[in-house]
Design a protein. Structure first.
Ligand SMILES: [Zn+2]
Length: 229
């Protein structure tokens, strides 16, 4: 048993938990003592389930900082109040109406397997759920196909990943309580794109409709002090 790949996996994860516990329960002044009182994250991040794009790691966050929804291709389905099992919508409702986050970020990424599946229909016959889920982003594929007809398959996938973020932003605004909070200035909605190849983070600029480097656009306030600590 010992030494099998599965055993090694469990070993590595339990060692990781010991390090986590030592750090966050001992060295960091029992941060969980405060968090026991309740969570009050300011940001909701909607990210892909992909193992390479953990938002807490990429954004260097602490326990309690982020409320996170992860699914294949970081998709937000449109508002659809019926008796279906809407996991994403339930989490949105909890974050926005109960926790009252002030920021929502849809964080897409390059080399997304979900988007590749959508663009190629690979293995769709043996999938019970994946192809149906990816239909949420059907319009993003249509945009990428129509606007980049001569591009390579890879370039069209990159385009589709970014159109899918824009689609999710639009779908977020189809939830009446999200739209209302945004109009009241209580909630900011952003689309970010993590490029695995270059290690850069882009933001969707609603004015120019372009993805531009995140840079220091938000770095004029508290973030400088946080870095200095
Ligand atoms: Zn992905």
């Amino acid at each position: 048993m010992n030494g099998t790949p599965r055993h090694k996996t469990l070993n590595r994860l339990s060692a990781g938990f010991r390090r986590f516990r030592r750090h966050w329960y001992c060295e960091e002044h029992n941060i969980y003592e405060d968090l026991l009182e309740g969570q009050s994250p300011h940001a909701l991040v909607i990210a892909c389930s992909d193992s390479r794009v953990d938002p807490a790691l990429i954004l260097d966050c602490r326990p309690g900082d982020l409320f996170v929804i992860r699914n294949v291709a970081n998709l937000v389905p449109p508002y659809s109040p019926d008796s279906g099992h809407h996991g994403v919508s339930a989490a949105l409702e909890y974050a926005v109406r109960h926790l009252r986050v002030d920021t929502i970020i849809v964080m897409g990424h390059s080399h997304c397997g979900g988007i590749a599946h959508l663009m190629t229909d690979a293995g769709k016959d043996k999938n019970e759920f994946l192809s149906i889920w990816m239909r949420v982003a059907q319009d993003a594929r249509a945009q990428a196909d129509a606007r980049c007809p001569d591009a390579s398959a890879e370039q069209r996938e990159r385009a589709c990943e970014q159109w899918a973020i824009r689609l999710s932003l639009r779908n977020l605004r189809s939830f009446p309580w999200i739209r209302t909070a945004e109009i009241r200035g209580e909630l900011g909605i952003h689309g970010w794109y993590f490029d695995l190849a270059s290690g850069t983070l882009l933001q969707f600029d609603e004015g120019s409709e372009l993805f531009i480097p995140l840079g220091d656009s938000y770095a004029n306030e508290a973030s400088e002090t946080e870095t200095a600590e």
